[in-house]
Design a protein around this ligand. Structure first.
Ligand SMILES: NC(=O)c1ccc[n+]([C@@H]2O[C@H](COP(=O)([O-])OP(=O)(O)OC[C@H]3O[C@@H](n4cnc5c(N)ncnc54)[C@H](OP(=O)(O)O)[C@@H]3O)[C@@H](O)[C@H]2O)c1
Length: 306
């Protein structure tokens, strides 16, 4: 089976490539090279008309994982045109091409399509109401898929961190080399999710055979590591687990900082549907972050600076 991964040079895309390369023929698409040797890359911009459609018609994979997106939330707010181009227009072209060629599309969306005012976990059926341009651009992409898509599934994931690309977890670790005092918001709560765990879940899912795609078709799923925490609580665990015993986290509230994009206070996605219908249950985030720290500290990036 051939699988195409958009954004294969990004955080989730590169872990999907690493996880799936031993079983499937992989093709990556994106604006930068993938770090994993097990995937050949076609470089280009997904928002360019016809480029992806022609590539798909030529390559004819069975499944497309569409991870490519503009994920810098504050950057989306200050440059809404770019956000819409990369997150909505590009997804529209990917969806149209998949429909035309008859390829199953797995699209990644976000907890930021919700406004965070709900008491309790967000269900897949809850009404999206994004607070920022990033969330709005992903909501528009979801809506387009629901209206015009044919073979597809939407997976909303949250608070990603991984070995590639910027993330909160990597920033805290990097800063812990030189800093001892951290101010972090304590009133935004969510589920930190390791991209390696997500990639492993998709390997297990695809391993169930083609019928799993039928079961997923036209459905929305929430998928994340188990457990919830605030950004401040997450920072504390990262610092403790990485051995930065002297580091102190000062808890501040969202109202005390000014950032271009508003963030939801409650980002907690309900994980029940993916577990019930697909048998997917990711481990608690506290276990994953320990593995992440060990892998990151063994990586050339960390070693070079050490
Ligand atoms: N990161 C999170 O915390 C988070 C949370 C919830 C949901 N998600 C969703 O999960 C998915 C994966 O996120 P991630 O953090 O792994 O992403 P990422 O690390 O930012 O990687 C995205 C990749 O997509 C590429 N890309 C963006 N627009 C493109 C275009 N028009 N044409 C070709 N390539 C393009 C980027 O290239 P450049 O480097 O050149 O821009 C980058 O390599 C995304 O759909 C995201 O919305 C992420």
């Amino acid at each position: 089976m051939k699988i195409l991964i958009t954004g294969a040079g990004g955080m989730l895309g590169s872990d999907l490539a690493r996880e799936l390369s031993s079983r499937y023929t992989l093709l990556g698409v994106g604006r930068r090279e993938a770090p994993h040797a097990g995937i050949s890359m076609r470089l280009g911009d997904l928002s360019a008309p016809r480029w992806f459609e022609e590539l798909l018609a030529e390559e004819r994979p069975s499944v497309v994982f569409h991870t490519a997106a503009m994920t810098y939330v504050d950057g989306c707010e200050t440059n809404p045109g770019e956000a819409l181009r990369n997150n909505f227009e590009a997804t529209r072209l990917v969806a149209d091409a998949c429909k035309k060629v008859g390829v199953f599309l797995i699209f990644f969306s976000t907890d930021y399509i919700f406004d965070g005012t709900k008491q309790g976990e967000y269900l897949e059926t809850d009404k999206p109401h994004p607070l920022n341009i990033y969330g709005e651009s992903k909501r528009l992409a979801e809506d387009y898929l629901r209206e015009a898509g044919d073979l597809y599934a939407i997976f909303r994931v949250s608070w990603l961190y991984g070995l590639r690309g910027p993330s909160f977890a990597r920033t805290i670790l990097r800063r812990s080399r030189t800093e001892r005092n951290f101010e972090v918001v304590c009133d935004q709560v969510g589920r930190p999710t390791y991209t390696r765990d997500l990639a492993e879940a998709f390997r297990i899912l695809l391993g169930q055979g083609p019928r799993i795609l039928e079961r997923m078709n036209r459905e929305v799923f929430h998928l994340a590591n188990h457990g919830t925490v605030s950004w401040a609580g997450f920072a504390e665990v990262i610092l403790k687990a990485s051995g930065s015993a002297e580091a102190a986290v000062r808890f501040i509230t969202t109202g005390q900082i000014t950032r271009p994009a508003r963030r939801p206070l409650n980002s907690v996605l309900s994980l029940e549907k993916a577990e019930r219908l697909l048998g997917l249950r990711l481990r608690p985030w506290q276990e994953s972050v320990v593995d992440f720290i060990a892998e990151y500290k063994a990586s050339p990036e960390w070693q070079e600076v050490a």
